[in-house]
Ligand binder design. Structure first.
Ligand code: SF4
Length: 309
């Protein structure tokens, strides 16, 4: 069934001509929000693996992680091409010559690696690092930077101990766009203290900005997080499963129809979710989002206020 939103899988197939999967990496980075440079302890939802998918063993080399994961993805998803995805922690948090060594190793690990995706904090990029990332377009057809935006509201960023502001995102975003680099903004729904209107304002702003891609997460408590401890103390309650499909559809309806949707429920490894446990049934959740769009007769962009970013 055709999706009511522009899915990342379909986008990659159009761009690269075949089924393409991301290979997640833990390159041994830390984060200025965990090591005391900007704050201690990290975002309330960040687990000890740095919000990793746990598909890799961070003790192994970049090439070893990629080759191991590549074989598994080829068997499981029949993927033919792959994107090296620097996912865990903050993947530009090092001097540029060290970044180059790591990114070079990823690009050279296998002939079927045709893309590079770098996930990072907006306050951890500068002109030199973005120029380095942009330089990989000379050898790869797909190069992308993924920014943890989470929300446009500074009061929420403070509440989740993000230790950065929306202005940081805007600076990084403009520098990224100025280089014509593909990019994606991660957002988290149901953040503490955010009303439905607050969340829709984030969607509207993303449409106005004309971001290339959005990855949607639901706030969830992974093992070992501040949020999990809040949950265990009864200080935080997750969203009801019946409310999520409508919330996602409301959000997607406001995004621009050409924005690529990387995920509609991106979260950590299901075995390590403390709450909400219903997020473990990802396939069922995706079906309910599809069904909600079908019931409404709408799709991504139906309520977008921007005619062309
Ligand atoms: S910025 Fe990313 S890596 Fe750093 S604490 Fe927050 S979620 Fe974790």
């Amino acid at each position: 069934m055709e999706k009511a939103y522009r899915s990342y899988g379909a986008y990659l197939k159009g761009l690269l001509g075949c089924r393409t999967c991301k290979l997640t990496l833990d390159a041994g980075f830390s984060c200025p929000n965990r090591d005391g440079t900007k704050a201690w302890g990290g975002c309330i939802f960040c687990d000890p693996t740095g919000s990793s998918s746990r598909a890799q063993d961070g003790g192994e080399s970049i090439a070893a992680q990629l080759l191991d994961n590549l074989g598994k993805q080829r068997r499981r998803f029949k993927a033919r091409k792959f994107i090296a995805y620097f996912q865990s922690f903050t993947n530009t948090y090092a001097p540029v010559d060290h970044l180059k060594v790591l990114y070079d190793e990823a690009c050279a690990a296998h002939e079927d690696i045709v893309g590079l995706a770098i996930s990072t904090r907006p306050d951890c990029v500068d002109a030199e690092k973005l120029d380095l990332i942009a330089s990989y377009r000379e050898r790869l057809p797909y190069v992308s930077v993924e920014y943890g935006l989470q929300t446009i509201h500074d009061r929420t960023l403070e509440r989740i101990n993000r230790a950065e502001t929306h202005a940081d995102f805007l600076r990084a975003y403009e520098a990224t766009r100025a280089r014509g680099l593909d990019h994606c903004a991660h957002v988290v729904l149901d953040l503490p203290g955010e009303s439905w209107e607050d969340q829709m304002a984030t969607a509207d702003r993303l449409a106005e900005l004309g971001v290339n891609g959005v990855k949607i997460h639901l706030l969830c408590a992974m093992e070992g997080t501040v949020l999990a401890r809040q949950y265990e103390r009864g200080e935080w309650q997750p969203l009801d499963p019946g409310d999520y499909p409508a919330l996602v559809c409301d959000f997607l309806e406001r995004l621009h129809p050409e924005c690529v949707i990387h995920r509609v429920a991106g979260n950590g490894h299901h075995e390590h979710i403390v709450a909400p446990r219903w997020l473990q049934r990802k396939h069922e959740l995706m079906q309910r989002i599809d069904a909600e769009f079908a019931r409404r007769g709408t799709r991504q962009g139906s309520r977008c206020r921007v005619t062309r970013p």
